[in-house]
Design a protein around this ligand. Structure first.
Ligand code: TPP
Length: 675
């Protein structure tokens, strides 16, 4: 267990008198800043307040135990005092409060209190409760794997400890003995929900199940917080693993300016806690220790008041943001080079898709020593349920290729953290059907990271996942998920259909600074085989491939359906119907110039995908054609997709009836050609 002797002597904790005064100053600064933000809110000058008042002892005590040169932190929205103590300036905080262009956290894109400061190793946070915990694990994993002695502190309120992300992260941190501190600021309420309706047992006891010490501390006693934090930091630096600290504290004002706390707690209760105000507790200690006299107190008070006033004045005068559009991607791709001729066949050894993925990963790992891959059953000896990752652990070690627990949100969140700390992460989701628990981490976190920090953070995360049907995978091993994710700005989504392309897109994805999702059509893993170029081979993201030319119509497809469309085109050719086949390969960014070129060439388009039709990706293609190229059409755009049933029923006879087929494509193309 953590050594917690309730040390009440700053000398015994190794703190000098000057440090104590500095702590006091930071707490007071946070309090004055808080009061000022509330006043601005009442004056109608800022729309939203998240209050820190009451938490200052916990936060400043925690910050003083960390070293911002080497340690990392993932504070949550209430951690105003923590940020100030780590080195964020009052002016920077007010730039966020006023949502100004110079707001270093997000240039006015996020609400206030979503700090981020790469120079201080403070990672960006969203508004989604608890998503930061897996990020912290990823950062800690990378820092440990690269041999540093850095520590990662991640904080939240007690309500957040009910979320799955918290438990998945605690489990992973415990398993890997990560150098982490989970600091839970228990202020007794999650908005209005009291902690006895939120937490079974106590927060600190939750640590037991994850093989780490958990300790309760009086969060209003800064010396006690500093003591346990210091012990936890030492433990982490010594390689002994993570700790959980539950700091008992209280917030004096409503949850936010949108909350009315009078309906769920009494004025007497608030008053009782005000008597234990962490600033008063420290002040009393300083006075008793003869470290603070009236003159110094007045000087500190005046200094802090001046600092807040100046910060407000400067931030208020700063320009408002105008730029709403930049930094969606670190590397925006705007396709501009339409595919006009079929690409020449690649030259190289013939192999199937899965062998191509495996050999490509080995090549990439040898070339880029910052890559790592992780997911369920990814490590050797299994090397993935499809054997895509076989041999990587043996060849490159278990820091670079490893099993994760069964926890998809953790897998993606881990990747976000590894990327933030400087790694090049590849997350494998065993089947696309099981990616949904990670929807939040993908859509709310990784896709928005670059935009929400106005480009100060980015994520090179690659997400590989086998997807699609036609393999008797039934309702939960067959789904097409592309429409959900191609919808999301900030993500890139690719779907290779040949062994050479899967190699080329994997190389491009790993070297791309943005998150890229690779949907691997698992029906093609062993069905599609072909020549694969030797050595580094890159297929540009955002570039479709013309597989067949033809003047009668164009079949637009991707994945397994691109493969089927080529077969269909070859059959149709014998009937003198020339069907071009455009294999999109990238869904986002979409290669519009190649689609437009195809429409202009023959005026007839058949879109094929194995997802259901309603709201499927084909609807986007059809809409863009209608908006931009209607005049070139000689027939209505047609879609051949799966009918509106959950995909796909297990029985072969049922699956065959709904899975789009080569014969079905031929029939659709024939009728469209005759239109
Ligand atoms: C996933 C998610 N669910 C709900 C919310 C809305 N929400 C914002 S803060 C909050 C309460 C959090 O309480 P706690 O974790 O105890 O922290 P505190 O605000 O008390 O410091 C809720 C429910 C959210 N932001 N994210």
């Amino acid at each position: 267990m953590l050594e917690l002797d309730n040390v009440r002597d700053h000398n015994a904790l190794g703190l000098s008198g000057d440090q104590l005064i500095d702590m006091y100053r930071k707490m007071l600064l946070a309090r004055k800043l808080d009061e000022r933000v509330w006043a601005l809110n009442r004056q109608g000058r800022v729309p939203f307040v998240v209050s820190v008042a009451g938490h200052e002892g916990t936060q400043v005590g925690a910050a003083f135990a960390l070293d911002s040169d080497r340690d990392w932190s993932l504070p949550y929205y209430r951690d105003v005092a923590f940020n100030l103590a780590m080195g964020v300036s009052a002016k920077d905080l007010f730039l966020g409060v006023f949502a100004k262009a110079a707001d270093p956290a997000s240039a006015g894109r996020q609400m206030p209190n979503h700090w981020s400061e790469p120079d201080l190793n403070i990672f960006s946070a969203s508004s989604v409760i608890a998503t930061q915990f897996p990020h912290a694990c990823g950062i800690a994993h990378h820092l440990k794997a690269t041999g540093t002695d850095s520590v990662v502190m991640v904080s939240s309120g007690e309500g957040a400890t009910s979320e799955g992300d918290f438990h998945e992260a605690m489990n992973f941190a415990g398993l890997h003995k990560l150098p982490m501190i989970f600091l839970i600021e228990n202020n007794l309420y999650a908005i209005s929900t009291p902690s006895h309706q939120e937490v079974a047992g106590t927060v600190a006891e939750r640590a037991v199940g994850y093989g780490m010490p958990g300790v309760e501390v009086d969060g209003n006693d800064i010396l006690a917080v500093y003591g346990v934090m210091t012990a936890a930091v030492q433990r982490a630096r010594a390689g002994e693993g993570p700790s959980l600290i539950e700091a008992k504290t209280y917030r004096y004002y409503a949850h936010t300016s949108d909350d009315d706390d009078k309906v769920y707690r009494s004025a007497e209760e608030v008053e009782l806690w005000r008597r234990k105000d962490p600033i008063l507790v420290l002040k009393q200690y300083l006075v008793e220790s003869r470290l603070l006299g009236e003159d110094l107190e007045a000087e500190i008070e005046a200094g802090v008041t001046k600092e807040v006033a100046e910060a407000v004045k400067e931030a208020d005068a700063a320009p408002d943001p105008l730029d709403w559009e930049s930094n969606v991607y670190a590397k925006p791709i705007v396709p501009d080079d339409p595919a006009t001729e079929p690409e020449p066949d690649p030259v190289g050894e013939t192999m199937n898709m899965i062998t191509a993925i495996n050999s490509t990963l080995h090549e990439i790992f040898a070339e880029h020593d910052d890559t790592s891959i992780f997911g369920e059953d990814v490590g050797d000896p299994k090397g993935g349920v499809f054997k895509a990752t076989m041999g990587l652990t043996d060849a490159f070690g278990s820091d670079r290729s490893f099993n994760t627990p069964l926890a998809e949100a953790l897998i993606i969140g881990l990747g976000i953290g590894i990327g933030a700390a400087g790694g090049r992460p590849i997350a494998e989701i065993q089947f696309a059907d099981f990616i949904h628990p990670a929807f939040d981490q993908i859509v709310s976190e990784v896709a928005r990271l670059h935009y929400r920090t106005n480009g100060r953070w980015s994520s090179p995360l690659v997400i590989r996942t086998p997807y699609g049907g036609g393999i008797h995978g039934a309702l939960y091993h067959s789904q097409s998920i592309e429409a959900f994710y191609a919808h999301v700005p900030g993500l890139k989504v690719v779907v290779p259909s040949t062994p050479a392309d899967i190699k080329g897109l994997l190389w491009s994805a790993v070297e791309d600074p943005d998150p890229v999702m690779i949907l691997e059509p698992k029906k093609l893993y062993r069905l599609a085989s072909g020549p694969v170029p030797e050595g580094p081979h890159r297929v540009p993201i955002g570039k479709a491939a013309l597989r067949r030319s033809g003047d009668d119509l164009t079949i637009i497809a991707y994945g397994t359906m691109a493969h089927f469309a080529v077969e269909a085109s070859d059959i149709l050719r014998k009937e003198d119907i020339e069907a071009a086949v455009l294999d999109l390969r990238s869904l986002r960014p979409l290669d519009w110039p190649s689609i437009e070129r195809a429409v202009r060439r023959n005026g007839k388009v058949l879109i094929v995908h194995e997802d259901t039709k309603f709201g499927g990706f084909g609807a986007e293609i059809a809409a863009q054609i209608a908006e931009k190229s209607l005049d070139w059409l000689d027939a209505p755009v047609r879609r051949y997709c799966t009918p509106e049933v959950p995909t796909f029923p297990y029985s072969s006879t049922l699956e065959e009836q709904v899975f789009p087929s080569v014969a079905g494509i031929v029939a659709q193309a024939r009728s469209l050609a005759a239109y």
